[in-house]
Design a protein around this ligand. Structure first.
Ligand SMILES: C[S@@+](CC[C@H](N)C(=O)[O-])C[C@H]1O[C@@H](n2cnc3c(N)ncnc32)[C@H](O)[C@@H]1O
Length: 265
């Protein structure tokens, strides 16, 4: 979707509603994650540190997997939602580290904070803020993680520049996100519901990697990838049959990737 000033409001409103329900969705419409009949979300059950109340089924990978998080690290989770990846990271950093979650939806921060208090973690902090202007000190973080969020951020270059800024020299990131193999047809890109659902804000994989490289990151690797299929009945509620045909014949595929990169020493 072309940049519109109200995009962030649309996203905040959708995730505010999700936070106020106990699970992300009873159906599996186009959206990040989707618990139940999972479209994008990976299964977390069984992971050390997993907290069921924090899992709203909104992710599209497991960014802590292969993130090299060490005891004592400071970890930052971008778009932390109800805290799903924060609590997994907390298990990895232990009592001597710290995990900060940033999200711009007040209801998500409240939900995450309720979860934190139940767990009694003193070294976990949730901050209300925008990824494009992170409320985090420069050069203070060992590892940045994020799960299915940057596709929702209109200025992705600014987001990667903020990640670069807050990382310590030699620090690194592991980010799960949605990308597309080729640009989506205009009809799909202009549907607000698909933007908030992690589809139409996604850039191509090549563009995503180019943004990361141009920010100055090194040693960029794709750790995991999988193809995402949005159920046709969901797409039919949002676009016409002709537009659906145009999408299928465009050959564009929606993919989830987990990508890692390092800030040079
Ligand atoms: C798809 S959900 C993922 C939540 C969480 N990472 C998870 O896997 O459960 C996207 C989250 O990113 C947040 N978000 C989207 N754009 C943001 C931005 N520009 N700054 C901060 N948070 C943002 C939303 O409020 C929402 O909680």
């Amino acid at each position: 979707m072309e940049y519109r000033p109200d995009l962030k409001d649309i996203v905040r409103e959708k995730y505010g509603e999700i936070a106020q329900r106990s699970t992300s969705s009873s159906c599996c419409g186009p959206g990040c994650g989707c618990s139940g009949d999972t479209v994008m979300a990976d299964a977390y059950t069984g992971l050390d540190g997993y907290v069921a109340e924090a899992d709203l089924g909104l992710g599209c990978g497991i960014p802590t997997d292969g993130a090299g998080i060490m005891p004592g690290d400071v970890v930052l989770d971008l778009g932390s939602g109800a805290g799903n990846d924060v609590f997994v990271a907390r298990r990895l950093v232990g009592d001597t580290g710290k995990v900060i979650g940033v999200d711009f939806t007040p209801a998500m921060i409240e939900k995450a904070e309720v979860n934190r208090r139940k767990l009694g973690y003193e070294n976990v902090e949730f901050r209300l803020g925008d990824i494009e202007e992170l409320p985090v000190e420069s050069g203070s973080v060992n590892v940045v993680i994020s799960n299915c969020v940057l596709n929702l951020v209109p200025d992705k270059l600014k987001a990667f520049q903020q990640i670069f800024r807050v990382l310590k020299p030699g620090g690194h990131f592991s980010i799960s996100d949605i990308v597309v193999s080729a640009p989506l047809p205009p009809a799909l890109r202009s549907v607000a519901e698909l933007y908030a659902g992690c589809v139409s804000g996604a850039v191509t994989r090549n563009e995503y990697i180019r943004l990361i490289e141009s920010t100055g990151f090194r040693n960029i690797k794709i750790l995991k990838e999988k193809q995402i299929t949005i159920p046709e009945e969901d797409l039919r509620t949002l676009i016409s049959s002709a537009e659906l045909e145009a999408y299928y014949s465009s050959g564009a595929r929606i993919e989830s990737i987990t990508v890692a990169g390092e800030k040079p020493e």
